[in-house]
Design a protein around this ligand. Sequence first.
Ligand code: NAD
Length: 327
Amino acid sequence: MKIAVYNYREFDEGAYFEKFSKIYNVEIVRIDDAPDLQNANLAKGCFGVSVITTAITKDIIQTWSHLGIKHISTRTIGYDHIDLESAKDLGMTVSNVTYSTASVANYTVMLILMALRKMKMVMRRAVGFDYSLENSIGMELENKTVGVVGTGAIGQKVIQNLSGFGCKIIATDPFIKKEVTKYAQYVSLEKLIKESDIITFHVPALEDTYHIVRQETIDQMKDGVILVNTARGSVINTTDLIKNLENGKIGACALDVIENELGLYYQDYKYQVIGNHELSILRDMPNVLLTPHLAFYTEQAVSDMVENSIASIVASFNGEENKFKIC
Ligand code: NAD
């Protein structure tokens, strides 16, 4: 059975594709670029395609369907980049993957600590030999209330990690998880927004998580609140975020994800104009940490992604139960 792997990255995924294609007895068709209408036909003869977070549009899905592709697997947890309705209409199945939750959870804690210790400016100043103390005083996590929005796989791990720091942890999620109640108190989103010094997001991009952070909710937050987003850009209204960073209501933020990042992150823009005004404004703020959607990026996570993407297409091919299936 053949699998077309788009955005194939030799430098980090190559060794794992070699290893797991042997274990699962599949042939990999390597395609280095993101899928588009020009290269969609390279998947001809494959049962499934493996993709990452680039736009998987109706046109591409239709082309694959005509070629006989039956399954789309994204080597990511998030799947909002795939037109699921089109895939469903054409009778194709779609799956995502799970991978080491420590990857994003550890990264989230790092971002929280970096924001509290003003690390962006401390490091920037040190590059210019400015070793003065003025304006670099930080804050300690132990004295803070951290609000965790979403207590799924990653949110739970974040809470477990944070429990070692002695901070107060409150959380919100429509589904209460018993393990979480060992370390955190469940509250409503409204209460969490009002009482948190730091708010960290671990929810998927859904209709009801769209712009959880907007002017109306920012008004309810504590002055100087710190926002951390390693979930999806759509959770935060970037225009309102900038306005409230400029007027000082929001004290700092750390964003591994941002609205309109598709097509920008994972590319080298060194010699190009990025053409994203909001990102350009945020980049220059001393209290805003930006990273290009790589919280997941560890050796263990990449190994898990490759293996689970192959395993999911194989399960679908064999007509077995596919625990990664979305639709
Ligand atoms: P998950 O599905 O295990 O957990 C999501 C949780 O959010 C669930 O418990 C769900 O009940 C909860 N939820 C849904 N709507 C909610 C709402 N309105 N309010 C509060 N909670 C709500 O997902 P996960 O594996 O924990 O991942 C969380 C998100 O992190 C993913 O959706 C993905 O977008 C993002 N992510 C980012 C990276 C990265 O590199 N930055 C990597 C992996 C995942």
